[in-house]
Design a protein around this ligand. Structure first.
Ligand code: ZN
Ligand code: FE
Ligand code: FE
Ligand code: ZN
Length: 259
């Protein structure tokens, strides 16, 4: 089974290509279960996501495509939701979808993965930033609002890393993810970024496997040609950590399939 549950659409204002083109790319790549998880609306940084008024259009279109393509590919409907206290909205959290991906893209409203604000790293205490980041992931897991953890170690995106072993920094977050019963995505987008590796690293993925945290796969495509990006490499990474099954979601219920 080839699964890719994290794909965007132009509604978020920073992705390109029509949803049909993403699906055609998924068919060409041999994907069996393909999920849209576009950036959910939020009254913060509103221009990098869909607007609340567009949720219905998004959900209707994906459901419609799922029906149209059902003989050829399984299409799922989800959202990538920012974990940002004070800005999470019931309309998103209670949406009737197959799954919600919870992602941390902000530390105290600093968009740490946005190249526009990269200057903030220069004089920062990297150990403190990494601790704050993983504390936010831990709080996200403790919130029990989401099904999948988006790009677990996104904070490495520009290669600003603290000295030494980073595993202890992620321990609390991984314990909380396991306790919450969340699924972890293996996300290929990191290979398209300065860090040039998947999220999460093999070290952290091994910690997840020790805690029996299930996984799923994500290309995080923002254009059709990125669908299924480095899928074989993601599978190899998962196998290296001991995984043989990956998760699919329907109506927020998980099932595990061999990949
Ligand atoms: Zn995006
Ligand atoms: Fe993200
Ligand atoms: Fe994404
Ligand atoms: Zn993402």
């Amino acid at each position: 089974m080839n699964i890719d549950l994290h794909n965007h659409t132009p509604l978020c204002n920073h992705a390109e290509g029509e949803p049909e083109e993403y699906i055609e790319a998924a068919l060409a790549r041999g994907i069996d279960i393909f999920g849209f998880a576009d950036h959910a609306p939020m009254d913060f940084d509103p221009n990098y996501r869909m607007y609340f008024e567009e949720m219905e259009e998004y959900e209707t279109e994906v459901r419609e495509l799922a029906r149209r393509y059902e003989d050829r590919i399984t299409i799922r409907l989800g959202y990538e939701v920012d974990y940002l206290p004070g800005y999470m909205d019931e309309r998103v959290l209670n949406a009737e979808v197959d799954y919600l991906i919870g992602s941390v893209h902000f530390i105290d409203e600093w968009g740490f993965d946005n190249p526009e604000f990269i200057g903030h790293y220069e004089n920062a205490d990297l150990n403190k930033i990494w601790r704050e980041y993983f504390a936010a992931v831990e709080a996200m897991a403790d919130s029990h609002l989401f099904d999948i953890v988006g790009h677990l170690d996104l904070i490495k995106v520009f290669n600003y890393r603290p000295e030494g072993d980073i595993r202890p920094l992620a321990e609390g977050a991984l314990d909380a993810i396991a306790a919450a019963g969340m699924t972890l995505e293996l996300n290929a987008a990191g290979w398209r970024k300065p860090v040039a590796e998947a999220y999460p690293s093999l070290d952290l993925l091994r910690m997840a496997h020790d805690r029996k945290i299930p996984i799923t796969f994500a290309s995080d495509a923002h254009k059709p040609e990125q669908v299924g990006y480095k899928m074989e490499e993601l599978h190899a990474l998962a196998k290296a950590a001991g995984y043989r099954e990956a998760a699919d979601f329907r109506n927020r219920e998980r099932r595990l399939l061999k990949f």
